[in-house]
Design a protein around this ligand. Structure first.
Ligand code: PAF
Length: 277
């Protein structure tokens, strides 16, 4: 595996490649990331993974500082998965003019709901770095995990707004045996919190299972109470149209639906989602 830190070097390396698949990450790699690499490898001549902890998408310095860094283990996993190229740029390489006066992306409605509402500026930072990475890597295909459901829609919007020629493939969320969605942030959970964390997924499954018997609002209230009793601080449990994230007050079988959750446990922000139909 080539490990490349400079954009120019990366572009020289990739110049002749017929098809490039790209998996952007912030490291602390787990099986979810590796499944994206495997998908890309099955569809492209060359697979590039980037590891870059992007400072402009963190709306709290503490969150940025606590983000797990496991670069040696990440490299081992990428080598084992036969990744062709790891792009490992510095902050200076990606932001040569510093971190002030960042361009603003017209994310629109998607920036006013769910994580857009609770993490102001987050999706602008995501749009900016993914735009920069796509310019650097110039992939034919981009692979994203559905665990970050809203992020997938935001990135698709940025790609459309910028007229970028890249095909986006979203891949299913991978879970531990107890249902907890694989996430780099799980590493920060204490043993006690880790034991409680699967309640997030249990909540989504219970909402899905009760679609014909209980109103969404009733199950939502029951689960907020249950999560609070178990030490969670719930930001949202919301039902939305899976195509555009229009928030739905109640189940509506005429639409594709997804239920999304964000909650803090032990100071760690966990998100998850589940398609209902
Ligand atoms: O999902 C992530 O890990 C990040 O938001 C991404 C897409 C790599 C951009 O920094």
């Amino acid at each position: 595996m080539y490990i490349v830190k400079r954009i120019l070097e990366l572009q020289n390396l990739l110049r002749q490649k017929a098809s490039i698949g790209f998996v952007p990450t912030m490291g602390a790699l787990h099986e979810g990331h590796i499944s994206l690499i495997e998908k890309s490898k099955s569809e492209n001549e060359t697979t590039v993974c980037s590891i870059f902890i992007n400072p402009t998408q963190f709306n709290s310095l503490t969150d940025l500082e606590k983000y797990p860094v496991t670069i040696d283990a990440d490299i081992e996993k990428l080598v084992a998965a036969k990744t062709d190229v790891l792009f490992l740029p510095s902050v200076e390489e990606m932001y040569p003019s510093g971190l002030e006066n960042m361009p603003i992306y017209d994310i629109g409605y998607l920036d006013t709901i769910l994580d857009g509402k609770f993490r102001p500026g987050h999706f602008n930072g995501v749009s900016l770095i993914v735009h920069k990475l796509l310019i650097a890597v110039k992939p034919h295909k981009l692979y994203l995990g559905e665990k970050d459901f809203q992020q997938c829609l935001v990135i698709k919007r940025m790609i459309a707004l910028q007229n970028l020629q890249v095909e986006v493939t979203t891949c299913p969320t991978l879970r531990d045996e107890d249902g907890l969605a694989k996430s780099s942030r799980n590493a920060r959970l204490s043993a006690e919190a880790r034991a409680k964390a699967p309640l997030i997924h249990a909540c989504l499954v219970s909402i899905k299972d009760n679609v014909n018997t209980t109103s969404f609002q009733q199950t939502q209230q029951n689960w907020i109470q249950k999560l609070t009793k178990n030490g969670f601080d719930t930001e949202y449990i919301l039902l939305a149209n899976a195509d555009n994230l229009e928030i739905l007050a109640e189940f509506d079988e005429s639409k594709k639906m997804v239920v999304l959750i964000a909650a803090f446990l032990d100071g760690v922000r966990l998100i998850d989602n589940l398609r209902i139909n």
